[in-house]
Design a protein around this ligand. Structure first.
Ligand SMILES: C[S@@+](CC[C@H](N)C(=O)[O-])C[C@H]1O[C@@H](n2cnc3c(N)ncnc32)[C@H](O)[C@@H]1O
Length: 313
């Protein structure tokens, strides 16, 4: 899927940014990026319209690109799944709602919830034909939906396991959790995976099995998504290259269906080319494996020659 913002979302975001001082935008962007990098939550840094506009410039392109990549993996794992109702929890500007509609254009109903009134106001301006509910994920009830997404939200919750239970209880079919691709983000995904498997969930992605996660020690399972940077995005971040790479960890599970990719292997790092062939770091149902595929093993080599980090083989 295209990692760039869909043209209509880009236009709507640009319209909101018209007349806004680029200097102020850059200052707000720096402040919120710094807070997120330090592991802080939106409640501390996103308090005004100016803050949400800075989120649009500094974070939305990356969180959208990651959602698009993750939902493409979900679609590949369960090609028969055509969600009717999306619940985007901790929706922010409506990132997951946009990515879900791009992935499944027939998606009829979208409910966006957030505890932050400034974010919900922004989402109302950016996401057409949706329902917007001010809801605290921890203390208030969530409506049920066949597709539930919490994108970059669990990081902000003091008690992740009760949030995960609540999200799963609201899910009638597929639940998607996305976190930053840091050791801490992966630790939350790792814990949610064990918890959800214990509750009977079928794992759809990125894992191709429901065995104990083989990732141990200082290693962590994450992926990266490259996305284009607009001029505003570059300016706000003081960046010199027209793209950025966003790292993420994620988990998709289902109550109702199993993955079409069970028993395959997922590439967990950039493939390394060497003179004799290619080296792949794989997660397989039997555990982690470093596999060398020699050029002279023509059939196997051709099959993986163009494979990339996060692909299935
Ligand atoms: C980093 S933003 C992510 C926004 C959006 N999902 C995205 O991927 O771009 C985190 C969002 O979670 C929301 N949030 C944090 N704690 C929450 C809670 N207890 N209940 C509901 N929303 C919460 C924040 O208000 C914010 O909108």
């Amino acid at each position: 899927m295209d990692p760039a913002l869909p043209p209509r979302l880009k236009e709507a975001a640009e319209a909101l940014l018209e007349g806004v001082s680029r200097k102020d935008l850059a200052a707000h962007s720096t402040a919120i990026s710094k807070e997120y990098r330090a592991g802080g939550g939106s409640a501390r840094v996103v308090r005004s319209e100016a803050d949400t506009l800075a989120y649009l410039v500094a974070r939305l392109p990356a969180t959208y690109a990651v959602n698009a990549a993750v939902l493409a993996e979900v679609r590949a794992a369960v090609p028969d799944f055509t969600p009717a109702h999306l619940l985007d929890v901790g929706a922010g500007p409506g990132t997951a709602a946009w990515a879900a509609r791009e992935t499944w254009p027939a998606l009829a109903q979208a409910t966006l919830t957030d505890s932050n009134a400034s974010f919900l106001d922004l989402a109302r301006k950016l996401v057409p034909n949706a329902e917007f509910l001010p809801r605290n994920l921890i203390t208030e009830a969530l409506p049920a939906a066949d597709l539930v997404i919490a994108s970059f939200v669990i990081a902000e919750i003091a008690e992740p396991s009760s949030a995960v239970s609540k999200l799963y209880a609201a899910t009638t079919d597929v639940l998607v959790l996305i976190e930053p691709g840091t050791p801490q983000g992966f630790a939350r995904i790792h814990a949610a995976r064990a918890q959800l498997i214990a509750q009977g969930a079928n794992v759809l992605a990125p894992c191709t099995h429901a065995n104990a996660c083989p990732m141990t020690g200082t290693d962590w399972c994450h992926f990266t998504q490259r996305l284009p940077r607009s001029r505003d995005h570059m300016q706000a971040k003081g960046a010199s290259v027209p793209y950025e790479d966003e790292r993420y960890s994620y988990l998709a599970v289902s109550k109702a269906r199993r993955s079409a990719n069970e028993a395959r292997a997922r590439i967990l790092a950039p493939p390394r080319e060497s003179k004799p062939g290619i080296e792949l770091k794989l997660c397989t149902p039997a555990g982690l494996e470093n596999r060398s595929i020699a050029k002279r093993d023509k059939q196997a080599f051709v099959a993986v020659r163009r494979a990339e980090w996060s692909d299935l083989v």
